[in-house]
Design a protein around this ligand. Structure first.
Ligand code: ADP
Ligand code: MG
Length: 249
């Protein structure tokens, strides 16, 4: 039994079957990648895991409990944090102030606008935020405005903001999308460090094969909303079905 168990999930948008009978089992303390061509349904699947979308049918269990019918905040409180495809940090706040938001949420119980408002007053969470920034090697950048960070550092901050909530499952949707190679490599190193030093499970949606093969222990290939293959990286590389679906060969 995995920490995350997805069974028979279907999701339609009008006439489009975005997910068709998705089964996925993510084992605790592994890095599991979900790959597939554009439009395969990867982000839709992730949104179904975090309560942003509700599947039409099927079940999603995290640590033996159903996430369906729960709000994104409740699912977050269960121990799932996510990084979406586009960075979601607050550019008008400094690095430190951004980091204070999840630290507040951890105490208050909700990652919400009230948390954002409260960081402007509450200074007693600075210590937690400072530790979290040190963990990310970003303490020296704490007074910088987040909008002026490099793309790689924005991602680093965002991942750190997830980790400050001490999740058991970290979900990442194309964390290196749009990055230059140097930022991509920094992000790979950061994720390796997280994988190797924390009690955490990582599920990563990723287009960049270099990232996938650097990190993942298991890979699920999604094509047209349905898992085609689940394998180790070694077995994925030459897999004919994967070449056909993903590499367009
Ligand atoms: P991926 O992340 O693998 O690129 P998505 O999950 O974003 O794919 O999209 C899967 C399919 O569902 C695509 O055809 C996309 O256009 C469609 N889709 C995604 N979200 C919506 C939505 N909110 N409404 C309608 N169609 C959507
Ligand atoms: Mg996507």
């Amino acid at each position: 039994m995995g920490i995350l168990e997805v069974k028979g999930v279907n999701k339609r948008f009008g006439g489009l079957q975005a997910l068709g009978d998705v089964n996925l089992s993510v084992q605790e303390q592994t890095v599991h990648a979900i790959i597939g061509p554009n439009g395969a349904g990867k982000s839709t699947l992730l949104n179904c895991l975090v309560g942003k979308l509700i599947p039409d049918t099927g079940s999603v269990m995290f640590d033996g409990q159903s996430v369906l019918g729960r709000t994104p905040y409740e699912i977050n409180q269960m121990g799932i944090s996510r990084v979406f495809q586009t960075p979601e940090i607050f550019g008008d706040l400094t690095v430190m102030e951004n980091m204070m938001i999840p630290c507040f949420a951890k105490r208050d119980g909700s990652f919400s606008m009230t948390a954002i408002a409260a960081v402007r007053n509450q200074k007693d969470i600075i210590e937690h935020a400072m530790h979290a920034l040190e963990d990310m090697n970003m303490a020296d950048k704490r007074h910088m405005h987040s909008a002026s960070l490099s793309r790689g550092d924005k991602r680093r901050l965002e991942i750190g903001m997830c980790l400050a909530q001490e999740p058991r499952l970290l979900l990442l949707d194309e964390p290196t999308a749009g990055m230059a190679r140097a930022d991509t490599n920094n992000t790979i190193d950061l994720l390796k460090q997280i994988r190797d030093t924390r009690d955490i499970t990582i599920a990563i949606i990723e287009h960049d094969m270099h990232v996938v093969f650097s990190l993942a222990e298991r890979i699920t290939v999604l094509a047209q909303g349905t898992p085609l293959v689940e394998e180790t990286p070694e077995n994925i590389k030459g897999h004919p079905k994967v070449r056909e679906a993903y590499l367009g060969e």
